[in-house]
Design a protein around this ligand. Structure first.
Ligand SMILES: Cc1cc2nc3c(=O)[nH]c(=O)nc-3n(C[C@H](O)[C@H](O)[C@H](O)COP(=O)(O)OP(=O)(O)OC[C@H]3O[C@@H](n4cnc5c(N)ncnc54)[C@H](O)[C@@H]3O)c2cc1C
Ligand code: FES
Length: 272
């Protein structure tokens, strides 16, 4: 009798037109990017073929005391390999930081509603801290297009600029700032002329701490610049079943995992 692996089950689901469920992926590489910030590369052909910018994957800790998965934005895709970048904040990320090439980890995804990058524009990627990974993938996808779109990165870091080198190959313009120098809104003020003089209409894609994103929304709406925000919430299931991740919006309570994580300024009521 042939052996049934999670990969076989995944292939059967895809063949039947369904999204594959939880499966076991091989770890291809694991490294430290900066103090407490890790890069993990897993081999997942389905995520690699289908993920869109700001979609995330659920990683399941192997410790049975942690039943809930942990969500991470896709940061880069090369062939069948999917890169995640994460910070250690608690027990789950501590466990993932021990993973080595050749280990396995359970994965579900890609999940969530992506950034809308359908229009040609100067996409201004405004990220703070560990909000940067989904913007790296947005830069990679936009860079592959041939519709005149441009990419300007505006990254704010606590101290070490761990993602500048990662975004540079995919961006037309890169800017960054560390906390001691100011915040991303200061940086947006500094580069406003450059944004106005770029060939295309700016569209902001942002991810990072909520106070930072609210300040970016206010900056953008004063200038009539459309903006989309990838929210972070404490999640349970990651696909709409448990109501752990709701956010209050002018049109009611929405689930960050399923209705988002991406929302526009208007959907969030963040125009002020
Ligand atoms: C859509 C989405 C994409 C994400 N992408 C990334 C990414 O690319 N890189 C990355 O480093 N992190 C990302 N995160 C956050 C990441 O999921 C959490 O850091 C992780 O789940 C923490 O797991 P843990 O077991 O280490 O911490 P836990 O032990 O579960 O928690 C430790 C502490 O962190 C707090 N915490 C945990 N998760 C969150 C959260 N989502 N929001 C606010 N506080 C939280 C807890 O309340 C607790 O105080 C993302 C979150 C979401 C919702
Ligand atoms: S995490 Fe379960 S509904 Fe969003």
């Amino acid at each position: 009798m042939p052996t049934v692996t999670t990969r076989t089950v995944e292939q059967q689901a895809i063949k039947a037109g369904r999204k594959p469920g939880r499966r076991t992926d091989e770890v291809i590489a694991a490294s430290v990017l900066s103090d407490g910030i890790y890069e993990l590369v897993i081999r997942d052909p389905y995520v690699a073929r289908t993920a869109e910018p700001a979609q995330f994957v659920n990683l399941y800790p192997s410790d049975a005391r942690m039943v809930l998965p942990r969500p991470f934005g896709v940061a880069k895709i090369e062939g069948d390999d999917v890169t995640l970048i994460y910070q250690i904040v608690g027990a789950g990320t501590q466990e993932f930081s021990q993973l080595q090439a050749g280990d396995v980890v359970d994965v579900l995804g890609p999940l969530g509603k992506p950034f809308d990058v359908s229009k040609p524009a100067n996409y201004v990627l405004v990220g703070g801290g560990l909000g940067v990974p989904p913007l790296l993938y947005a830069a990679q996808i936009l860079n592959q297009r041939n519709d005149g779109s441009e990419v300007t990165s505006v990254f704010g870091y606590r101290d070490e600029c761990f993602a500048d080198d990662l975004v540079a190959p995919f961006a037309d313009r890169t800017h960054s700032i560390v906390n001691a120098e100011g915040n991303v809104v200061d940086l947006l003020n500094d580069i406003e002329d450059e944004l106005n003089n770029a060939g295309k209409q700016p569209i902001i894609l942002s991810c990072g701490p909520t106070p930072m994103m609210k300040a970016v929304a206010a900056w953008a709406s004063k200038r009539n610049i459309p903006a989309q925000f990838s929210l972070e919430a404490r999640m349970g299931c990651g696909y709409g079943a448990c109501v752990a991740c709701v956010v209050d919006t002018p049109s009611g309570r929405l689930k960050v995992c399923k209705d988002g994580p991406v929302f526009t300024t208007e959907e969030l009521g963040w125009e002020a």
